[in-house]
Design a protein around this ligand. Sequence first.
Ligand code: SAM
Length: 317
Amino acid sequence: MQDHYGRTITYLRVSVTELCNLRCRYCMPEEGVQKKEHESMLSEEELIRAVRIAASLGVRKLRITGGEPLVKRNIVSICEKAAAVPGIEELCITTNGILLPELAEPLCRAGVSRINLSLDTLCADKYAYISRVGSLDKALAGLDAALHAGFEKVKINAVLIGGFNDDEIPQLAELTRQYPVDMRFIELMPMYDGGDFGQEALLPCTAVLDKLPEAVKVEQDGGVAKLYRLPGAQGNIGLISPVSAHFCAECNRLRLTADGKLKPCLHSADEYSIKGLDDEQMREQFVAAILGKPRWHGELSAANRSRAGRNMNQIGG
Ligand code: SAM
């Protein structure tokens, strides 16, 4: 289905929980999130029904995210059922990787073909600082598990944060020579509650290229990342620039939050609830959300923070 600006919506990002086993400083408050009433969250049955309706409207790619999707008790069952929905061609997960040693193989068997693993730093102290409660060793064990489980593709995502990890760009990029992975740098987005990070932290992705003079441009693969490659590398370097060079004109996404709100745009407060609806009503909300997609997300800077009204863990990054 197309929106009002001629964009065909083929990609649904589904958040299965707001809860997380980390507390990343740019993503959520230190105290974590207030656990919402079970009844106010989408049930597995509603979630799979929503995927069916999305697929009937032309969605072909699903990304399961959160919060941390792997802390969801029934995550393997959700993936198995979502992958089996007619029309869904690709099922991906974004995870911090901490629980992958236990879950990588079951998820792969359930039909997950691609894993994006979030890893902002290779320094143990910095990992502990940015995640507030996490350990780098566990994230690296998760990467190892992902690489051995048989997924079609493993990508690593680092949020680029000026003054925090820009000094590690060469080391992070080097991972594409060590492993068959893509390494993607994502510009930090000034979310609702991420006030620790001022304008100096909002580095444009061009800073990555300044540190990688050997990188050569390669063709984009249909995603929003601009791709580069280091000589001898097994995977690409991806640059994702929602702040300095937005890609709203190519946005083919819709987001579904764990509490059942369709979000036409990551940075807009507009939401369309599907909780408790029957199929026909749910379909109407999907259509309304697609037609409600704004042309672009508006200016983002330290002074113009996201207008999403939620932090990333409550949307599904
Ligand atoms: N817990 C999972 C994880 O860590 O990948 C999935 C959810 S997390 C919200 C998804 C992605 O959003 C992560 O790669 C995270 O780094 C990114 N993210 C969170 N807040 C962000 C922000 N303010 N700007 C850019 N990316 C952000």
